[in-house]
Design a protein around this ligand. Structure first.
Ligand code: ATP
Ligand code: MG
Length: 162
């Protein structure tokens, strides 16, 4: 957590911009409701759980990724053995992409969705409730503030968020 108010700052405008950027990043995360969950009709229930957990929606779209787009989004996993399976799955049907806001958004959302493998996810988490397997695991959640911003930029222009 950045404690900007303890710093002395000779360039107030620069410091304010810096503080605003970090405040924005640490309060927002990015999610996708994945094709398994949208095709099984779980979209409404998952959004309901997200809202009841205190997140607010700052951007949202219903979209089907091409294979190329899914590969770019998960580029970090390109060398992993499950990469092609992941790309095929993520481009197999529509997803809901969204930017969510809440204090401590990234960590709290990862807690809400549960472990990558639903068999190991805590009771009541989104993946425990709605996911069938480690590959088809219902939702994505950003793993850091930096990636939350990169992933939000991948899907949304500035005009599409508030
Ligand atoms: P996500 O990034 O989608 O929120 P995660 O951060 O919990 O998931 P990652 O390690 O980033 O997990 O893996 C990305 C995605 O790749 C997983 O959500 C899952 O869909 C898929 N995946 C991960 N491990 C496996 C595996 N062993 N076999 C098949 N698919 C996998
Ligand atoms: Mg991940």
């Amino acid at each position: 957590m950045l404690k900007i108010h303890y710093l002395t700052c000779s360039k107030p405008l620069l410091c304010l911009t810096f503080a605003a950027k970090y405040t924005y990043m640490s309060n927002r995360t990015f999610t996708m409701i994945k094709p398994d969950a949208t095709s099984k009709g779980h979209t409404g229930a998952i959004l309901d759980q997200i809202l009841k957990a205190g997140f607010s929606i700052k951007a949202m779209k219903w979209i089907q990724l091409t294979e190329k787009q899914a590969g770019l989004f998960y580029d970090i996993h390109r060398e992993r053995p499950f990469f092609q399976e992941l790309v095929d799955f993520m481009s197999s049907g529509p997803i809901v992409a969204a930017v969510l806001e809440k204090e401590n958004a990234v960590a709290d959302f990862r807690t809400l969705i549960g472990a990558t493998n639903p068999a190991q996810a805590e009771e009541g988490t989104i993946r425990k409730r709605f996911a069938a397997s480690i590959g088809e695991n219902a939702v994505h959640g950003s793993d850091s503030d930096e990636n939350a911003l990169i992933e939000a930029d991948f899907f949304f222009s500035k005009l599409e968020r508030y």
